[in-house]
Design a protein around this ligand. Sequence first.
Ligand SMILES: [Zn+2]
Length: 60
Amino acid sequence: MKSDIHVCADWREVHGRPVYTLGDECPACGAAAVNSAPAPFGPEDPYGDYRRALKRRDRE
Ligand SMILES: [Zn+2]
């Protein structure tokens, strides 16, 4: 059986640091625990699109 490490989906708001678990929910707050593998964002600048969108809005 391969080990799937999950992380609390709301850890940024609730805990301020990642809370890991092997189960499907956070042991600390009960929120859903999601696979801790990196989300499929651009590897070098995950928030680039968001920042560019903000800039675009500034210009308009
Ligand atoms: Zn949690």
